[in-house]
Design a protein around this ligand. Structure first.
Ligand code: GLA
Length: 728
């Protein structure tokens, strides 16, 4: 009796088959991956090839799925080529973007991958493939992230043959949406000082390539995409498939629409100038490609990414901490930093409520402008005769943490380091060394260079109470030579460089857990899911002009969490000559992680008063902005009002930011319908000024979401915010 009871209790504790996030349906040779509200299904077809079956909203019954079957062939297309193959090698009759392309030592380039075996371990699935003849193996690694509905995929490629195999294209995944016409692609394009602009276009027959060939992620394109049907999705409704690649080097997405109405997105390492030789027994891995699906529009797609980044990616994911309010002296002083000047700025920053004081470029070597000094990471004795300690102590006594700017991957030809080691710069022998911002790139793919850079950062952090570093990278690759390895190995530079940089971040974070890091590359040139596990925030753009920022920040928010989006309040006129009020600038910057980058020496009493109030307000709402849900109410590219609403995780607080750009005379601002509130709950409305029309101050969630709010936003560049708090 006792035994039976124990057995029954034990069985009751086991999760039901349906509840397991990854299931193998042996009779149909299908794997069902469930993540949040979505399902991803892959199977083995009658040709023993791995085939994509379904990606979309979770389906209720296993019985609904049929086994994978390849498509029909005819003279000009093979069955394989017509089928939604899950990870096609380049070989046989396949004319679309392959996931893997290799050349063997004997010149044979054909690769046909068949299914071998699989293993499920909780939320991870490995499916193993092998070439039909040779021991070239691929392990596809899948993971589900049920809390946010994300699925991740990458591939590990192994050369088990007796000859060298050169990998010429290694993609992380190909994603398929259901066959059909008229899909729309959303992606993020831009340039320096104009990053992450949202671009939308119909997916036409043929290929659309978005990529970086620049050695890092790039300002020009960002590795994120989303697809919806004929523009059928909006912020709140509709099916959206989206993905983001975790790689900070050369990457490529190929978005194809085949003549047979199949849309496919292949992404991974850029195969431009790519060749990765694998000796017998060697393996290598592609970056991780994250993907997600929602049936609830772009807003939900973004919120899933934001939650995923906060809960699963960021270094503080286990115990999220709010980002501090920082001050950065760059726009105030540029290279003209010294102990007295920085102390004076620190005094002023502390008074308005800043928590982290960051000294930017100019503190080291002979760095008086951007022509010299990079590489010489010793404190400039003229500017800081007693080292950094007096300044850091001063900052700490004011109750702030101290942070420092570095650009470790770079060297100016006019530096002691370059004079000692000209061969450390990336170059082709006997060829010009093209400079960008008067600098060259150290070859971080070299382990000796990597160790040297690690050593000096280690020393800097060990000797000083530095609690934050802004890690910059101010140019892209040219003449990507690596002369001290054999020519056949040289193209590995694209991958090895990034992995060695990642390694430095990882080792520093392991050794100095107190130190937080900002990823910067002349603004937002290194923002991706590969760097984000290693840094706490990113510098969104060198363009700090508040209205330009609204569009940059909007695009950013499609892929990345507001918490990591560093935004400064700076002086006007800025960049394009536009002037907005200090309040407008604060409200624009308060939609991410707030920083101040203005020259505080020029501020008047009123500016200090307003700044103190706005920073106090920010501290009251930052939990909601940084850890809450974002609803984009009105877009700067579609309306003359931009409005964004954030709702805290516990639903108790919400904040709405609204900005007017170019008002048609007398035309009122559109009604703002809030979202994400509890219809039945009561909320207290707390406007930050007199721009809320009407006197109601306690209303239901239903009122806020259906009747909405009206704001008196007049003229150009007016702005306000409204805080809403649950009344119970
Ligand atoms: C880059 C950064 C700026 C600043 C300068 C310093 O442009 O994006 O914020 O740090 O370098 O030279």
């Amino acid at each position: 009796m006792r035994w039976t009871f124990a057995m029954a209790a034990f069985l009751a504790m086991l999760p039901s088959v349906e509840a397991q996030p990854i299931r193998y349906l042996a009779d149909k040779q299908l794997w069902v991956l469930e993540s949040g509200e979505s399902s991803y299904v892959v199977g083995v077809n009658e040709l023993n090839r791995l085939q994509h079956v379904y990606w979309g909203k979770k389906l209720a019954r296993n019985e609904d799925f049929a086994p994978a079957r390849s498509a029909r062939d005819f003279a000009f297309e093979s069955r394989e080529g017509m089928t939604t193959e899950e990870y096609p090698g380049w070989g046989g009759m396949r004319f679309y973007e392959p996931c893997l392309k290799v050349t063997r030592e004997d010149g044979v380039r054909d690769l046909a991958l068949k299914h071998v075996s699989h293993e499920i371990r909780g939320e991870t699935l490995e499916i193993r493939l092998r070439d039909i003849n040779d021991d070239i193996r691929v392990t596809l690694v899948y993971r589900v992230w049920p809390r946010t509905g994300i699925i991740s995929r990458h591939a590990v490629i192994h050369n088990g043959t007796k000859q060298q195999v050169v990998v010429e294209s290694a993609q992380s995944a190909v994603w398929y949406v259901p066959a059909g016409d008229g899909y729309r692609l959303s992606h993020l394009a831009g340039h320096w000082a104009g990053e992450t602009q949202l671009v939308r276009e119909e997916i036409q027959p043929g290929r659309k390539v978005i990529e970086s060939r620049r050695g890092n992620t790039s300002h020009q394109a960002n590795p994120w995409f989303a697809i919806d049907e004929r523009g059928a999705a909006d912020e709140e409704h509709g099916r959206v498939w989206f993905g983001a690649l975790a790689w900070s080097g050369n990457w490529k997405f190929v978005v194809e629409r085949t003549p047979y109405s199949q849309v496919r997105v292949t992404g991974g390492y850029n195969d431009f100038d790519f060749a990765y030789p694998l000796k017998p027994g060697e393996s290598f891995s592609t970056p991780v490609f994250y993907g997600g699906f929602t049936a609830a529009g772009f807003g939900d797609a973004s919120r899933r990414m934001h939650r995923f980044i906060r809960d699963e990616i960021l270094p503080d994911r286990a115990a999220p901490r709010p980002r501090p309010v920082l001050y950065n002296s760059w726009e105030a002083t540029t290279f003209d930093v010294n102990e007295a000047g920085q102390k004076a700025l620190a005094d002023k920053a502390a008074k308005i409520g800043v928590e982290l004081f960051v000294m930017d470029d100019g503190w080291f070597g002979q760095r008086n402008d951007d022509h010299a000094g990079l590489g010489d990471w010793y404190v400039n004795p003229k500017k800081f005769p007693n080292g950094l300690k007096p300044l850091i102590d001063h900052v700490n006594k004011l109750g702030m943490k101290f942070g420092l700017w570095v650009e470790p991957e770079m060297v100016n030809p006019n530096s002691d380091l370059y004079r000692a080691h000209p061969d450390w710069a990336i170059h082709f022998p006997g060829r010009p060394r093209t400079e960008g911002r008067n600098q060259l790139i150290l070859n971080m793919a070299r382990d000796d260079v990597k160790e040297y850079i690690y050593g000096l950062l280690d020393k800097l952090l060990a000797e000083n109470n530095i609690e934050f570093i802004k890690w910059d990278m101010n140019r892209h690759f040219t003449e990507p030579g690596w002369p001290n390895v054999p020519p056949t190995e040289q193209k590995k530079i694209w991958v090895k460089y990034v992995n060695n940089v990642y390694e430095i971040f990882d080792r520093l974070r392991g050794k100095f857990p107190r130190v937080e890091i900002e990823s910067c590359s002349g603004g937002g040139g290194r923002v991706d899911l590969g760097i984000l596990p290693r840094v706490h925030q990113v510098w969104t753009s060198d363009n700090t002009e508040a209205f330009d920022r609204l569009r940059i920040q909007e695009g950013f928010s499609f892929a990345y969490a507001p918490k990591v989006m560093m935004a400064w309040v700076t002086d006007v006129p800025n960049m394009n000559g536009r002037s907005t009020s200090l309040k407008y600038r604060f409200l624009a910057a308060m939609q991410g992680s707030l920083g101040i980058g203005a020259n505080l020496n020029h501020w008047k009493e009123d500016d200090y008063k307003l700044a103190t109030e706005m920073i106090a307000l920010y501290k009251r709402i930052r939990g909601t902005v940084q850890h809450g849900d974002l609803y984009r109410l009105l877009s700067p590219s579609e309306s003359d009002v931009t409005a964004n609403q954030y709702v805290s995780e516990d639903g108790k607080q919400s904040v709405v930011f609204a900005f007017r750009h170019s008002q048609q005379y007398l035309r009122p601002a559109p009604t703002l319908y809030l979202r994400g509130l509890d219809e039945k709950a009561l909320y207290r409305i707390q406007p930050i000024d007199d721009k809320l029309i009407g006197d109601q101050r306690t209303v239901s969630g239903s009122y806020l979401m259906n009747r909405g709010l009206n704001l008196r936003l007049g003229g150009d560049f007016d702005a306000t915010a409204v805080v809403v708090e649950r009344a119970e």
